[in-house]
Design a protein around this ligand. Structure first.
Ligand SMILES: C[S@@+](CC[C@H](N)C(=O)[O-])C[C@H]1O[C@@H](n2cnc3c(N)ncnc32)[C@H](O)[C@@H]1O
Length: 271
């Protein structure tokens, strides 16, 4: 029996690969958020809900040998991948901890910054996560969060009811698992309540056309997640097949494009 702590999307090889691809296509908005949060060489940063460590490795290179990254995730399997990645890249400034983000146990007031990308949307108690990060940060340190403000804003052109149906079921499945793909809209309030001052809120919305790398981002997500939606009984076989038919047709349609879900980058500072 496994005691692996799985989030709703799973921690298998397909999800590992999906997260690696996702990291590539969202690298630029992520780097912009890190700039807004003034992450810099020499700092000690937290990568919360680090997954297999794709962002962790980049952060470790950013802070350099005089800085360091503490990577925290609840999944032992993801942390094992992170360990391999860190070794392969010969990074010596990363520590990893298996912890639940809603019950963070880190030394108080020690970190120069924290980053959480697509993590708060999966946690049942984002207020506890934000509070735990606040305690771990030193005065002047920033918390940079990239997360969904409105997942259901993911839209296909030309429009398709079959696509909309699966997007709606996805949002519902996450809510059933205790998460919220709209958590970005609650974040500034949660941060202020924890003691942060909000420094910036940036919208991150992009358009992808068939053939773009970004077009494959939802494609890889749904390839992994449609079986889950089926097994949860949130879509029928007919709805799944209709979704796949439309997706295939749009992928060959020069008039097609998709708008990514509304994502926000929020930076809060601990005064
Ligand atoms: C979509 S992945 C994002 C991974 C990474 N932040 C990235 O952007 O590549 C969500 C991650 O959050 C982790 N996670 C979910 N709930 C968690 C919790 N309560 N405590 C710690 N990690 C959690 C999952 O294990 C997974 O690694």
């Amino acid at each position: 029996m496994s005691d692996e702590q799985e989030y709703v999307l799973g921690t298998d090889e397909d999800e590992l690969r999906r997260l690696g691809f996702q990291h590539q296509v969202w690298a630029e908005p992520t780097a912009r958020l890190w700039e807004a949060a003034r992450f810099a060489p020499g700092q000690r940063l937290l990568d919360l809900g680090c997954g297999p460590g794709y962002a962790t490795a980049d952060l470790a290179q950013l802070v350099g040998e005089h800085g360091g990254v503490v990577a925290v995730d609840v999944s032992r399997r993801f942390l094992a991948s992170l360990e391999q990645l860190i070794a392969a890249r010969r990074l010596h400034n990363v520590r990893w901890l298996e912890q639940d983000a809603t019950r963070l146990d880190l030394p108080a007031g020690t970190l120069h910054g924290a980053f959480a990308r697509w993590v708060l949307c999966f946690t049942p108690d984002p207020a506890a996560v934000v509070g735990g990060v606040y305690r771990a940060l030193a005065p002047g340190a920033r918390f940079a969060v990239l997360d969904y403000a409105n997942y259901e804003a993911l839209s296909m052109a030309p429009p398709s009811a079959a696509i909309d149906r699966v997007i709606e079921a996805t949002g519902r499945s996450v809510r059933q698992a205790g998460g919220d793909f709209g958590v970005g809209r609650l974040l500034p309030r949660l941060m202020i309540d924890a003691g942060f001052e909000i420094e910036s809120v940036q919208p991150i919305v992009r358009v992808a056309r068939p053939g773009d790398a970004l077009w494959e981002w939802p494609a890889t997500f749904f390839a992994n997640y449609l079986p889950t939606l089926r097994s949860l009984g949130l879509i029928t076989e007919t709805e799944r097949d209709a979704f796949l038919d439309v997706w295939r047709a749009r992928s060959a349609d020069p008039a097609a494009y998709l708008v990514t879900p509304t994502i926000v980058g929020v930076v809060g500072v601990k005064r």
